[in-house]
Design a protein around this ligand. Structure first.
Ligand code: SF4
Length: 333
């Protein structure tokens, strides 16, 4: 690990370019907290070797989770390794890990090497797949990963207009697709995440064009692990935080409701319209596209026909996808 300061001062704590070292005393592996109120979750498992992000998305919930803006790398990676190996020895089936819950998994990879270290740690476990989610176009350090077939590089996507408006310092859409193409050539699997999807004048056509770009990029669709869809939703605390800075309007200008989980989200007819349009955009290219909704209500699953496609529940469906990718990887030996 390089260029990482040991002694944070008050300046670096509010500097998104800074990376500070610390020791993590709690668990490194936790189940994704998902959400409450009956919304359907995916059973993802989260490893957290680092927190904070060097990019800035105005909708990012990390703004209310963490007091400081700087990134923090936990230097006791040996404790992380011990905990993961010990828990995996008792875990009965497939595990889908991700590291992108409290940071971007790849943006700082050149400085930290953490994703390569996590892939290295998980390499020996045949039932494990790990996803590194990103809005960056960082690819080069991934060449060190020995078993790319056990790894999914997950690109968070949005329309060029929303990227320009909401996602400061992230890679452009073209750069993300170029990076995805390079990852496929290196043998990685890919995933795509439309979360959050925004509802604005022109949304339908613009999101459809982004879906088209996926299929211009990926020629072997078996390499797409999954694609998630999530209409914009937010903790009300974020609205309050952005209001203090007069930055809330682009995000919260439309009418939203408070859902059963206490989060602000679009009205149900809007969410249904978004998901129907996205399904149509995907199914034109791939009738069996592995799409699912992130933290949506059973009513939305029902009225948009998703429940008929994913009959055994979302965690089992995604475990099956992971199993299929891992069996291809095992076959390559
Ligand atoms: S890239 Fe992800 S973690 Fe970073 S600011 Fe944007 S939403 Fe937050």
């Amino acid at each position: 690990m390089e260029n990482i300061s040991m002694t944070p001062d008050s300046t670096s704590r509010n500097d998104r370019t800074a990376i500070i070292r610390s020791t993590h005393r709690g668990e490194f592996w936790k189940a994704c907290p998902g959400t409450t109120g009956g919304y359907l979750c995916c059973g993802y498992q989260i490893i957290t070797p680092m927190i904070g992000c060097g990019m800035y998305c105005s909708y990012c919930i990390l703004q209310v989770y963490f007091e400081n803006e700087s990134r923090v790398v936990f230097e006791n990676f040996d404790d992380l390794r011990r905990e993961i190996n010990e828990k995996l020895s008792r875990w009965p089936g497939i595990v889908r890990f991700g590291t992108g819950e409290f940071t971007d998994s790849l943006h700082a990879e050149e400085r930290t090497g953490l994703s390569v270290a996590v892939a290295d740690l998980l390499e020996a476990w045949p039932q494990v797949i790990v996803e590194f989610k990103t809005k960056s176009a960082v690819v080069a350090p991934l060449a060190k990963i020995r078993r790319p077939g056990k790894v999914i590089i997950g690109y968070s996507l949005n329309t060029p207009r929303m990227i320009a408006l909401m996602e400061r310092n992230t890679a452009s859409l073209e750069e993300r697709f170029k990076a995805a193409r390079q990852c496929l050539e290196m043998g990685f699997n890919v995933a795509f995440h439309f979360d959050p999807i925004f509802y604005y004048d022109g949304w339908e056509e613009e999101y459809r064009q982004v879906v088209d770009m996926i299929y211009e990029t990926v020629t072997d669709v078996k390499k797409i692990a999954w694609c998630s869809l999530g209409g914009f939703r937010s903790n009300p605390a974020l609205k309050t935080r952005l209001k203090e800075r007069q930055q809330h309007l682009p995000l919260f200008s439309g009418e939203m409701i408070i859902g059963a989980d206490g989060k602000l989200r679009y009205f149900r007819p809007i969410r249904s319209a978004i998901y129907r349009a996205m399904q149509e955009a995907f199914f034109r290219h791939q009738p069996e596209a592995p799409i699912y909704y992130c933290m949506e209500s059973p009513e939305i699953w029902e009225e948009t026909g998703m429940i008929g496609r994913i009959q055994n529940g979302l965690p089992a469906y995604l475990d099956d996808r992971a199993r299929a990718l891992l069996s291809v990887e095992a076959g390559r030996g």
